[in-house]
Ligand binder design. Structure first.
Ligand SMILES: [Zn+2]
Length: 134
């Protein structure tokens, strides 16, 4: 099992993710686009905050189902809880120490958060790339 260390820009918030990252998600919703987040969905027990927990702040918008955690000092988004699955984390892969290697070795999945599946009012079931129980 791999583990990946990551941090915000000023390194106040340092964290570690356990598990293999083979797939990253790029979401086209308004906040993910503006932040440029590259997501990796992980289980709660696989995220460990090593330092800086008190420096985290949370931003919520829209339906407030998702949480966007960022460092209060440098403003960098480190991880969040996605609307699709608020019981799990999505780590910002860009904050991991070996982002370029991890990104180049991962499959890129596009998530259409702009027309979010939970917003669909037509009753159509829209397939989504976030594996709920993986
Ligand atoms: Zn910081």
């Amino acid at each position: 099992m791999e583990s990946h260390k990551g941090s915000c820009h000023c390194r106040t918030v340092v964290f570690e993710v356990t598990g293999n990252i083979r797939e990253v998600h790029i979401c086209n919703c308004s906040i993910c686009t503006k932040k440029g987040i590259v997501h990796s969905l992980i289980d709660n027990q696989n995220l460990r905050i090593i330092s800086g927990e008190n420096s985290l702040s949370v931003y919520q918008c829209g339906t407030k189902e998702a949480s966007h955690w960022f460092c209060k000092t440098c403003g960098i988004h480190v991880f969040g809880r996605p609307r699709m699955n608020p019981k799990r984390y999505t780590v910002n892969v860009r904050c991991l120490d070996h982002f370029e290697r991890i990104f180049s070795e991962s499959r890129e999945v596009r998530f259409n958060g702009k027309q979010h599946p939970l917003d669909d009012r037509t009753g159509r079931e829209i397939p989504h790339p976030h594996p709920r129980d993986a």
